[in-house]
Write a protein that binds this ligand. Structure first.
Ligand SMILES: Cc1cc2nc3c(=O)[nH]c(=O)nc-3n(C[C@H](O)[C@H](O)[C@H](O)COP(=O)(O)OP(=O)(O)OC[C@H]3O[C@@H](n4cnc5c(N)ncnc54)[C@H](O)[C@@H]3O)c2cc1C
Length: 438
């Protein structure tokens, strides 16, 4: 006998856990199950991320989704006293003149949405970051790499670090406290289709019958192991694996992304780690260089930096990703020959620095506009397409999923702001393309 639920949520990354929590909290009588193929929550790409948050985006929608989620995370940490490891170190986007003037419309949008930003001129940056090269004169290598000079920096103070593991644990604990059920180690092999009004005839649902998702099959059985009135699919980079067999497009493509941890201890980098003047913590913010999206953040307690880069052209998409993310390995050459020369040109203190660790995960890009998707297809709700910044918008997206479930046009985001949920749908999509992807 299959088990029956009102809702089954597939995926226990940030999108799944936040959705499950709001569904259970706002629909208290409902029987809800969250499943994941891994042994616990947050073990997919949520657990492999750079663990950063920011409200500085080019699109208004990303600004609002992230800003309200960040407010909620601070509420959890400050008022509910659950330590989510939030550290407001800020983001510093270094730019040349062209990049700065290109970002004017985004800066105006941020100002009109109440997103706090500050401009740091070249001289101020030189004073705060004496070890940084702002131009390269006749340096041949810099010319070959086409490194822009640093004219200034856009600083976002309401940005910083968080602990994704603790965040996910918070949502799962609250979900379970509210009566939710979890099943880890459960691999959903397919969405099971059935007619809305079964007639018991062979081959149904037939074309003239209204088809719906009747539940999910777990671990390769042929029928539905879990029958559900509504299925929420929060499968991250693996969305298409369940959607394509039923003829639905998730509009998501996966791409490998890599992170490199570099020792700071015992070198000049230790001083850079603790650069004062940007935040009350006396720490360097996350710094984005004006070339190839190379960026690095301080991890002061581990006395190291995490370094990454924006992969766009020449990095293939991954069709139907492997289930085991360990199959995606970080490439030493990519760091040493790609990132390192750019990094050391702007910050020579990194010269001779040693790699401590490296790992890789998958971004789930919505290739149309780099914003998340949340849409309904009958009794199926799909959420995903985070494009590399889903943790920082996780709270808002969970609320959007719950509003879709309750047929509400607007989700109430933390802080009381109403958000029209159809904006993130496919058919009535109404968002500007996100340009600030790193
Ligand atoms: C290198 C890197 C750096 C990043 N840095 C940041 C950052 O600094 N800040 C930020 O906000 N975001 C960052 N991201 C993006 C962030 O990790 C994602 O936006 C977020 O994790 C997406 O959450 P998710 O729940 O959609 O996916 P996931 O966390 O991947 O969760 C999906 C879950 O669904 C489960 N699942 C899928 N299919 C099935 C199935 N058929 N059966 C059972 N279970 C299934 C998987 O096992 C998985 O646990 C980064 C990503 C990477 C790779």
């Amino acid at each position: 006998m299959p088990s029956r639920y009102d809702v089954v949520v597939v995926g226990a990354g940030i999108m799944g856990v936040s959705s499950a929590y709001y569904l259970q909290k706002n629909n208290p009588g409902k029987k809800i199950l969250m499943v994941d193929r891994y042994g616990g929550a947050g073990q997919g790409n949520t657990g492999r991320s750079n663990a950063m948050f920011r409200n500085t985006f080019s699109s208004s929608d990303n600004q609002i989704l992230a800003d309200s989620s960040i407010d909620f995370y601070f509420h959890v940490q400050k008022e509910l006293k659950v330590d989510l490891g939030l550290q407001e170190i800020g983001y510093l986007w270094l730019m040349d003149e062209t990049q700065h003037s290109k970002s004017e419309p985004s800066l105006r949008r941020m100002a009109s949405n109440g997103i706090e930003i500050a401009f740091f001129g070249r001289e101020r940056l030189r004073h705060l970051l004496p070890g940084m090269m702002t131009d390269f004169g006749s340096d041949g290598d810099a010319e070959v790499m086409g490194l822009p000079r640093v004219e200034g920096g856009i600083f976002g103070p309401k940005c910083g670090r968080l602990d994704p593991d603790r965040l996910v644990r918070f949502y799962v604990d609250e979900f379970v406290k509210a009566g939710g059920n979890v099943a880890f180690g459960s691999d959903v092999t397919k969405l099971v289709m059935a007619p809305s009004k079964p007639l018991g005839i062979e081959g149904e649902p037939l074309v003239w019958q209204e088809a719906r998702v009747a539940g999910v099959s777990i671990g390769g059985s042929s029928g539905a192991d879990v029958v559900a009135d509504t299925v929420v699919l929060a499968g991250g980079a693996w969305l298409n694996e369940l959607l394509e067999p039923i003829g639905l497009d998730g509009h998501v493509k996966a791409k490998k992304r890599q992170l490199f941890s570099v020792y700071a201890e015992g070198s000049k980098l230790e001083k850079l780690l603790r650069t004062a003047g940007f935040n009350p913590l006396g720490l360097l913010p996350l710094v984005i260089l004006p070339k190839a999206g190379v960026h690095f953040k301080p991890v002061s307690e581990e006395r190291c930096f995490w370094v990454a880069c924006e992969d766009e052209l020449n990095r293939p998409f991954v069709d139907l990703p492997e289930h085991n993310l360990d199959g995606y390995v970080a490439e030493r050459q990519y760091y040493e020959r790609g990132i390192y020369p750019v990094l050391t040109s702007y910050f020579p203190d990194f010269n001779g620095s040693r790699l401590k660790a490296m790992w890789a995960g998958l971004y789930a890009y919505n290739t149309a506009d780099n914003l998340p998707l949340a849409f309904k297809a009958g009794n199926l709700i799909v959420v995903g397409g985070d494009s590399g910044s889903g943790i920082m918008k996780g709270d808002a997206l969970g609320r959007v999923v719950d509003s879709l479930y309750r047929h509400e046009d607007e989700a109430q985001l933390y802080g009381g702001r109403d958000y029209r949920v159809s904006k993130l749908s496919v058919e009535k999509r109404d968002v500007e393309r996100e340009e600030w992807v790193i």
